[in-house]
Write a protein that binds this ligand. Structure first.
Ligand SMILES: Cc1cc2nc3c(=O)[nH]c(=O)nc-3n(C[C@H](O)[C@H](O)[C@H](O)COP(=O)(O)OP(=O)(O)OC[C@H]3O[C@@H](n4cnc5c(N)ncnc54)[C@H](O)[C@@H]3O)c2cc1C
Length: 440
C-alpha cells in the first residue's frame, strides 16, 4: 500500500489524522507550494508557517520519513511518478482552497486514485446551512456533534521511498514579530500544558484582561496546525466550558465562510450592503500605526506591529473604534490585520470583523458602540497594558489615561484624539439611523 499525505495547515506529528497508521506500507508526505498563498499572506504568517514547515520536515526525518516540497504546478507530474493507492488531505473552508481541492479531487479520480478527505482545522462537520446565532449553533450543532476523541499517536517509523522529483527549498521570509513565536512542536506542547495546568481553570475570569497571560496564546500555532484542536478540546472538556465555546466560535465562522464565500468582501447581512463607510486614508493610517490618540486602541495596534498578535479584547476595541468611531470600511481593517497577524485566518478574521462592525453573523446591533475609554477602565484598570505598548504614556497614571482631551497636553509626544468617543458615537448613530431609515 502506498499512501500520499498532502500537508497544508496540519504541520505537526502529534495527534494528526494525516499520519494515522503512517507506519503501515509506504508513506509519502508532500507539501505543494501555492503561489496564491504567497501573494495573499503577510510576512508574519508566512514566516511562522514556513518555520512550522521546517519543524515538520525535520520531525518527519527523525522517524525515517521524508517531506517532499514541490511547486503546485508539479502536482500532476508528482502523482504520475509516485502513483499512490490513496491520497489523504484535510478539508479546508476557504474559497480558494475549496476550488483547488475540487480540481485536485477531479484529477485524482480521473487517475483512479482513492481520496480520503479528513477533518483537522474544524471540530464539527459543516452543517447543511448556517445558524443565525452562535448560541443556536453551539446548542443545536456543536454540542450534538463534538466529543473528545482519542489521541492519534505520532508515528515512530515511516518508510518513504525515494523519487527523483523537482523539490524546492522552503522560503524564509524575514519577520521580527514572527520570530517571537518560533517554537518546536515540543515547545508548543510545553506551553499548552503550562496553560492547561495554570490557566484553564481561571480562563473565564482572566480572558478579558490584556495585560495578563490569561488566554492560551495558541492561535498562531492553531493557524499552522502545530497543535491539534482535538487535543485542546480534550484537555478543556469538563474544565472550562468557556474555552470550549471559544473553539466553537472557530467552527461557527468557518461554516459561515463555507456557505457564504461572498463574505470575504461583502457584508453577510444584506441590509448593510451599501453602507456609507468612509475611506479616509490619513485617519486609517493613524489607526494602523497606533496614533489615534485613544490609548487602548493605540496599545492594541502597536502590539500588532511589534508582536504580530493582539489580545482578543483589544482586537474587539480596535475594530469597533475603526468601524464605528472613525466610520471607516471594515474591509480596510480586515486587510490590515490579515497582513500583520501571525494567526491570520480568513474565516476568523472576516467573521470577527463583521461581528464588530455590526454587519455579520450574530453581530453587535449597530447602536452597540464600545467606548474605548470605559473599556480601558474596565479591562486595563491600572493602565499596565497601555503603558507597555505606548511608551509616550509610560509615566501616565490610570486617572490621566482617562482624560482623553488632556493627554496630548500632559504628554506632548502623544497625539490629540482623531475622534473622541462621544463625537464618534454621535456621528455613527446619525449616519446609521439615516441609512437604515432610507432603506425602509
Ligand atoms: C477583529 C478581530 C479579528 C480577529 N482575527 C483573527 C484571526 O485572523 N485569526 C484567529 O485565529 N483569530 C482571530 N480573532 C479571534 C481572537 O481574537 C483570537 O483567536 C484570539 O485572540 C487568539 O488568542 P488565544 O489563542 O490566546 O485565544 P484563547 O482565548 O486562548 O482561545 C483559544 C482558541 O479559540 C479560538 N478563538 C478564540 N476566540 C475566538 C474568536 N473570537 N473567533 C474565532 N476563534 C476564536 C482561537 O483559535 C484561540 O486560539 C479575531 C478577533 C477579532 C475581534
Amino acid at each position: 500500500m502506498r499512501t500520499v499525505a498532502i500537508f497544508r495547515r496540519e504541520l505537526r506529528l502529534h495527534d494528526n489524522p494525516l499520519l494515522q497508521d503512517a507506519e503501515r506500507g509506504e508513506f509519502i508526505p508532500v507539501f505543494f507550494l501555492d503561489e496564491y498563498n504567497q501573494q495573499e499572506h503577510g510576512d508574519n504568517l508566512r514566516a511562522l508557517f514556513f518555520h512550522a514547515l521546517r519543524q515538520l520536515q525535520s520531525n518527519l526525518r527523525a522517524v525515517g520519513g521524508r517531506l517532499y516540497i514541490l511547486p503546485l504546478a508539479e502536482q500532476e507530474r508528482f502523482f504520475d511518478i509516485v502513483r499512490p493507492d490513496e491520497v489523504r488531505l484535510c478539508e479546508d473552508v476557504e474559497p480558494h482552497s475549496r476550488q483547488r481541492d475540487r480540481q485536485l479531487i477531479d484529477l485524482l479520480n480521473s487517475k483512479g486514485i482513492r481520496v480520503r478527505l479528513l477533518r483537522d482545522s474544524l471540530l464539527s462537520p459543516v452543517p447543511d446551512t448556517t445558524y443565525p446565532t452562535f448560541t443556536q449553533f453551539y446548542k443545536k450543532h456543536f454540542v450534538e456533534h463534538v466529543r473528545p476523541l482519542p489521541t492519534i499517536p505520532a508515528p515512530k517509523a515511516i518508510n518513504t521511498p525515494s523519487f527523483d522529483l523537482p523539490v524546492v527549498a522552503i522560503p524564509e521570509p524575514e519577520s521580527e514579530a514572527a520570530r517571537r513565536w518560533f517554537a518546536t512542536e515540543e515547545e508548543v506542547q510545553r506551553r499548552w500544558q503550562a496553560f492547561v495546568r495554570d490557566g484553564l481553570a481561571q480562563y473565564e475570569q482572566r480572558r478579558n484582561l490584556p495585560s495578563q497571560e490569561g488566554t492560551s496564546r495558541m492561535s498562531p500555532y492553531v493557524r499552522c496546525g502545530m497543535i491539534s484542536l482535538r487535543q485542546m478540546l480534550r484537555d478543556a472538556w469538563g474544565v472550562s466550558e468557556q474555552f470550549v465555546k471559544e473553539l466553537a466560535w472557530r467552527d461557527f465562522y468557518s461554516h459561515i465562510l463555507y456557505h457564504h464565500p461572498e463574505t470575504v468582501n461583502m457584508e453577510l447581512r444584506p441590509e448593510w450592503r451599501g453602507f456609507p463607510w468612509r475611506h479616509d486614508e490619513t485617519q486609517f493610517e493613524r489607526w494602523a500605526q497606533g496614533r489615534t490618540g485613544i490609548p487602548l486602541v493605540d496599545a492594541g495596534m502597536r502590539q500588532l506591529l511589534c508582536e504580530g498578535w493582539i489580545h482578543n479584547r483589544t482586537r474587539m476595541v480596535v475594530a469597533n473604534y475603526l468601524t464605528k468611531h472613525l466610520l471607516i470600511d471594515w474591509r480596510w481593517g480586515e486587510r490590515w490585520l490579515y497582513l500583520h497577524l501571525t494567526d491570520a485566518d480568513l474565516a476568523m478574521n472576516v467573521g470577527n470583523w463583521q461581528w464588530a462592525a455590526g454587519c455579520g453573523a450574530d453581530a453587535l446591533p449597530y447602536y452597540r458602540i464600545f467606548n474605548p475609554v470605559l473599556q480601558a477602565q474596565k479591562f486595563d484598570e491600572h493602565g499596565d497594558y497601555i503603558r507597555q505598548y505606548v511608551p509616550e504614556l509610560r509615566a501616565a497614571t490610570p486617572e490621566q489615561l482617562s482624560q482623553i482631551g488632556q493627554l496630548h497636553h500632559l504628554f506632548p509626544n502623544y497625539p490629540a484624539p482623531l475622534v473622541t468617543p462621544e463625537e464618534g458615537r454621535r456621528r455613527f448613530l446619525e449616519v446609521a439611523q439615516q441609512f437604515f431609515e432610507d432603506q425602509r
